[in-house]
Write a protein that binds this ligand. Structure first.
Ligand SMILES: *Cc1c(COP(=O)(O)O)cnc(C)c1O
Length: 382
């Protein structure tokens, strides 16, 4: 019988590969660059840590198991993972992406990958027809984030998988926000899953990491060639920190979600709050799709206040909640997308997405929800 997710977080879905014999419960950190050969033509399975390292291999095993993939590759950051992923494509290839992507991904696509001959179209992928209309002869991939950042729009992944297979292109899904605890894109027909492991997987705002996961042998082979050749693999110590983080992923996600739902409901009752964007609210525009493809709603929400001064005052007055970028850690963080995460997104694109100086994004941590609400209440007060 297959293990449940809580078990996989702690141990993986099979017994771990024993590379040492002390019986250490915590997987050792193999802080080594190179490995001695037994004799000519005989290797221990490890030659040089850019190719593979046991600690990195162990975190990759757990992520592959959690995402129901056949292979996962660990990179030094989420951006390094996405950059390596773009090496699957060649000049002239066209990629359709969600218009409301993580700001750094838009910068990578427009600032680096475009220079290398890739073409991107950005569409609101929460409407399937927008993606369909953007497909061209040379379209090689559909790149989705769901829910999006910061507008929390949801894309129907099964519908995207159908489109992708009809047109012979790859479906790539950045699953950072919901994590494999709440959503498994490969099960819904995606070919590749992307993670910023810096966020919920690590979970403690202390380590950067990125992952690519696939259930296709040929993609796994290509990505293995890319990671060993370009060299952005995750370091042993950081692999261990992510491994340790993942052990509590399931229970953290449950608390993040519980807190986020309570805060979303409370924000809705506040006079100065004009709009709350959280996929767990039944009034969310895609609540039905969410019910169909996710097992939960996660800990991310955005909200709009009555004016820019109120937004600025909240950022100045929060105590427990810290005014900082990033998300997915145990500490609650609030950020101002227009000036931080999405500062590099062109003004007219910001405007069309609804990112302005009244929109705040909250990464709800696992503190006591009463304390978080009290902090927001005093920050909202005059
Ligand atoms: C943070 C983030 C990334 C980039 O990851 P880094 O680890 O910061 O490089 C990519 N996608 C999403 C959705 C993110 O939140």
């Amino acid at each position: 019988m297959a293990y449940q997710t809580h078990t996989i977080c702690v141990q993986g879905s099979k017994k771990r590969k024993e590379v040492e014999h002390t019986g250490a419960i915590s997987f050792p950190i193999y802080q080594t660059a190179s490995y001695a050969h037994v004799e000519l033509g005989e290797s221990t399975g490890y030659d040089y840590s850019r190719l593979q390292n046991p600690t990195r291999e162990e975190v990759e095993r757990i992520i592959a198991d959690l995402e129901h993939g056949i292979d996962a590759l660990a990179f030094s950051t989420g951006m390094a993972a996405i950059n390596a992923l773009m090496e699957l494509f060649k000049p002239g290839d066209h990629i359709i992406a969600t218009d409301d992507l993580y700001g750094g991904t838009i910068r990578l696509f427009n600032g680096i990958n475009t220079k290398n001959g890739l073409n991107f179209s950005y569409v609101d992928s929460s409407k399937v027809e927008n993606v369909e209309a953007a497909i061209k002869e040379n379209t090689r991939a559909i790149y989705i984030e769901t829910p999006t950042n910061p507008m929390m729009k949801v894309t129907d992944l099964s519908a995207m998988a159908r489109l992708a297979s009809e047109h012979g292109c790859l479906l790539i899904v950045d699953n950072t926000f919901l994590t494999p605890y709440y959503q498994n894109p490969l099960d819904l027909g995606a070919d590749i899953v992307v993670h910023s492991g810096t966020k919920y997987l690590g979970g403690h705002n202390d380590t950067l990491a990125g992952f690519l996961v696939t259930n296709k042998e040929s993609i796994s082979e290509q990505l293995r060639y890319i990671i060993k050749t370009t060299g952005a693999g995750l370091a042993p110590m950081d692999s261990w920190l992510i491994l340790r983080g993942i052990k509590t992923l399931a229970i953290r996600m449950e608390k993040h979600e519980q807190n986020a739902l309570a805060i979303a409901k409370w924000l809705k009752s506040q006079k100065k709050v004009k709009e709350v964007y959280y996929i767990g609210l039944p009034e969310h525009e895609s609540f039905e799709v969410t019910q169909k493809q996710c097992r939960g709603y996660g800990g991310m929400l955005s909200f709009r206040v009555e004016d820019a001064d109120t937004a600025k005052r909240i950022l100045k007055k929060v105590n427990l909640i810290r005014f900082a970028e990033s998300l997915g850690g145990v500490e609650s963080l609030i950020t101002f997308p227009k000036y931080q995460t999405h500062a590099d997104v062109p003004e007219e694109v910001q405007k069309s997405l609804g990112i302005d100086d009244t929109l705040l994004r909250l990464s709800v941590g696992i503190e006591a929800v009463e304390d978080l609400i009290e902090d927001l209440a005093q920050a909202l007060a005059e």
